[in-house]
Ligand binder design. Structure first.
Ligand code: GCU
Length: 387
């Protein structure tokens, strides 16, 4: 009985809207010393950098950006594929620091018939490598390359294991070998930070590839990968847009709602994702100086699409919608009017004709061709159609 009550006290999840506690979100437009922020200038100079630091210090860790060198090469000759509709490029990115090297393998398809340079969707792949098969023998809704190419966009992917294996011991083998001091710091980078860092190195490559419009890179991630895509877009303002799909707790969903997954649970199951300081907020969401609406605000004024699945209550679809809503006032500083409704739209009623976009797909925790079809609609709306 003691054990059962322990388990239910520490690890029970709430899925009942009426049991969401009363909470007050930190004001995204008020500095730590309570100064109101009313204009773009103060946001950019003062509050935005302050919020970046708060997320680094309390959740995702630092984002080191110095290294000794970076090299781009091809592991195979470029190849026509998809019946001539695309060119396959297999790129190897090597980053060097203090005698250590990180290698990132990128699979990239560029559309043959669309005008170049092409905007690109970049997936941070947290699932099996088969999902991004360069030979296209295996196809997956998780990364429907043919559909994206047919819409006139390039599509790329790298796997998280190149940066930090998704394992509580092995995660140190990758980016963290370049930055060993991070492992000693309470606000040091961990796996999610390393994956986001990898997305930025792929962007470094895009800046050198004349086929790609590096000013139109949409970083995409699902679930743990969606936490990383959001963090990447927050840290690196070169990303033109962000898609964060079913990213839930410590992604796009508000922590203070304590709905579905909670901080205590994510830290217990995945101690290697977030920094050491984050553990202080186990069962104490109210003490956090941030909540996830502020992470979305860091993407402003760039387009952001936060998406969910109706049966994926673990990732709190409503908490994701509310995080977007609470970031609207930062977009408003840039005169971006949100087109989100006041309350969450119905299932399969995507709101993509907006810089702040949202949908709740019918179904399970996943990323599907329904989702991708709408990511393309969202990109067409925000970047001008490709067809
Ligand atoms: C677990 C985890 C989530 C995560 C998900 C995923 O369910 O608790 O936080 O988003 O895995 O990556 O699929």
């Amino acid at each position: 009985i003691v054990l059962i009550s322990f388990l239910s006290a520490g690890h029970s999840q709430n899925y009942d809207e009426s049991k969401v506690p009363a909470y007050t979100l930190p004001d995204v437009l008020k500095t730590i010393d309570n100064k109101p922020v009313c204009a773009r200038g103060a946001w950019e100079k003062e509050r935005r950098p302050e919020i970046v630091r708060l997320f680094e210090d309390n959740i995702y860790g630092q984002m080191p950006t110095t290294f000794d060198g970076i090299n781009f090469s091809k592991t195979a000759d470029d190849q026509p594929t998809m019946n001539g509709k695309a060119t396959l490029k297999q790129v190897l990115i090597e980053v060097f620091k203090d005698g250590k090297t990180v290698q990132i393998n990128v699979t990239l398809f560029v559309p043959t018939h669309a005008t170049k340079p092409a905007p690109v969707f970049l997936l941070i792949n947290n699932r099996g490598k088969d999902n991004t098969d360069p030979t296209r023998e295996k196809k997956s809704e998780f990364w429907p390359a043919e559909m994206v190419i047919d819409s006139g966009y390039a599509i790329a992917a790298f796997h998280v294991s190149d940066l930090a294996p998704d394992d509580k011991e092995a995660y140190v083998k990758g980016v963290l070998q370049l930055y060993p001091e991070q492992l000693k710091a309470d606000n040091g980078m961990k796996a999610i930070g390393a994956w986001a860092w990898g997305a930025s190195r792929v962007l470094d490559y895009f800046e050198k590839d004349p086929d790609i419009d590096s000013k139109k890179v949409i970083v995409v991630g699902h679930s743990r990968g969606g936490k990383a895509s959001l963090w990447a877009a927050a840290e690196d303002r070169r990303f033109a847009a962000c898609v964060t799909n079913c990213s839930g707790n410590s992604g796009a969903a508000l922590a203070r709602r304590q709905f579905g997954e909670r901080i205590s649970r994510i830290n217990a199951t995945f101690p290697h994702w977030f920094n050491t300081n984050y553990k202080k907020f186990n069962d104490n969401e109210a003490a956090l100086p941030v909540d996830q609406h502020m992470l979305i605000a860091l993407v402003a004024p760039r387009p952001i699409y936060a998406t969910n699945a109706s049966k994926d209550l673990w990732a709190d679809p409503k908490g994701t919608f509310l995080a977007l809503k609470n970031a609207e006032k930062v977009y408003a500083l840039y005169d971006v009017k949100s087109r989100l409704p006041k309350t969450p739209p119905g299932i399969n009623e995507p709101v993509y004709k907006s810089k702040m976009a949202y949908h709740n797909r019918e179904g399970e925790h996943n990323m599907t061709s329904y989702d991708w079809g709408n990511f393309i609609n969202f990109a067409n709306y925000n970047f001008g159609g490709r067809k």
